[in-house]
Design a protein around this ligand. Structure first.
Ligand SMILES: [Ca+2]
Ligand SMILES: [Ca+2]
Ligand SMILES: [Ca+2]
Length: 283
């Protein structure tokens, strides 16, 4: 992934770095086409990853400031799937949740969001390679006769969440319904720990993640766009890392961990597709 050189306007004031949040599409991520699909084993060491455009430009989700732990991410694609790799420097690798759709957002995790006009996928993963994936539909496009309706998207009898915002941020578009029991068809995830998992008595180097998301599972977001995409196509996407320890290793609140994003939102809320980066598919 590559950041466009247009830098966010930043202002150093009283030792605090203040940045205005990115406007939609201001941050560009580039997914290059993979000649060979990577093996999804949590270790992004394949030649394809070596040729990917890695991004290290994570910023505080709210104010754009610099994280205290390094994160690098890259995207690849081929005719079958979209691939994501993330490397996290982490002195104390933690992950206890292990089952599909466990609430991974309560622990250190990486989150990938990919949006269409009226819905988006949220995919979270942790250092055990567990996945939480939710398909979110804006309520103004949900229901009989609308873009997303029964039988595929009927909240009745489904495991759903309803969300109007996170924390003190209320989204102007209003409510979304999140289908937790929707699973991205064919998604494969794996993580690898460089150190010891859930053992704070040592100092770890970090963990890494690989995901493969087959295009078929993204059809509900395509809105007429080609799947697989054509070179030059662009989608709205963002990547986040949530960290529940501060720079000194002290616990951070469950509702306010550190949050780092490739495209900052100006609010403590990852669910703002209008602030996502522009994910461009390259040859
Ligand atoms: Ca691999
Ligand atoms: Ca799910
Ligand atoms: Ca450890």
């Amino acid at each position: 992934m590559r950041r466009v050189p247009r830098v966010l306007p930043c202002l150093a004031l009283a030792g605090v770095l203040l940045c205005s949040a990115a406007r939609a599409g201001e941050v560009e991520l580039v997914a290059r086409r993979a000649a060979q699909p990577p093996a999804i084993d949590g270790r992004p060491g394949e030649a394809a990853w070596g040729e990917a455009a890695w991004s290290t430009g994570f910023m505080d989700l709210v104010h754009g400031g610099a994280p205290w732990l390094a994160t690098a991410a890259a995207l690849l694609w081929d005719d079958r799937a979209l691939y994501l790799a993330v490397r996290c420097v982490e002195p104390d690798v933690n992950a206890t949740l292990a089952n599909r759709d466990d609430p991974l957002y309560r622990e250190n995790d990486v989150e990938f969001f990919l949006a269409g006009a009226d819905a988006y996928w949220e995919v979270e993963a942790n250092a055990r390679g567990a996945v939480y994936d939710v398909f979110w539909v804006w309520t103004d496009r949900l229901g009989p006769g609308r873009r997303y309706g029964p039988p595929d998207w009927d909240p009745a009898g489904r495991r759903v969440l309803r969300l109007s915002g996170i924390g003190d941020h209320v989204h102007p578009r209003g409510e979304r319904v999140g289908f937790i029991d929707a699973d991205l068809s064919g998604l494969v995830a794996a993580a690898a720990v460089d150190g010891t998992l859930n053992d704070p008595g040592d100092r770890d180097r970090g963990w890494s993640l690989e995901l493969a998301i087959p295009w078929a599972g993204l059809a509900p977001l395509a809105d007429g766009r080609a799947l697989p995409p054509r070179p030059g196509d662009a989608w709205a996407a963002n990547l986040f890392r949530f960290e529940f320890r501060d720079a000194a290793g002290r616990p951070l609140p469950l509702l306010r961990p550190a949050a780092w994003a490739l495209s900052p939102h100006g609010a403590f809320d990852a669910h703002m597709p209008e602030r996502f980066a522009r994910l461009r598919f390259a040859k």
